[in-house]
Write a protein that binds this ligand. Structure first.
Ligand SMILES: [Zn+2]
Length: 80
């Protein structure tokens, strides 16, 4: 550490936190994409995994890895 100031240490910490958050998000997205590819292979792609209704095309264009329709995703996020 040497003569580094507390402010630098704080900046390093928040950098590390940012990187960790980024890696977490990337890991989550990779998992979602892997699952989307599996649904594609199984012919279930484009359908909500919760209610089995078709996921709107616009949503799939924005998030191709989306596993749920807007309603199911929203209620899932409310539960958390
Ligand atoms: Zn749904």
């Amino acid at each position: 550490m040497g003569d580094r100031s507390a402010a630098d240490a704080g900046a390093d910490l928040s950098d590390a936190d940012r990187v960790r958050a980024m890696l977490d998000a990337a890991t989550t997205q990779l998992k979602a994409i892997t699952e989307a590819l599996r649904r594609l292979e199984e012919g279930r792609y484009g359908r909500c995994v919760d209610c089995a209704k078709p996921v709107p095309e616009g949503r799939l264009e924005a998030r191709p890895e989306a596993a749920r329709c807007v309603q199911c995703q929203a209620s899932r996020e409310r539960r958390r």
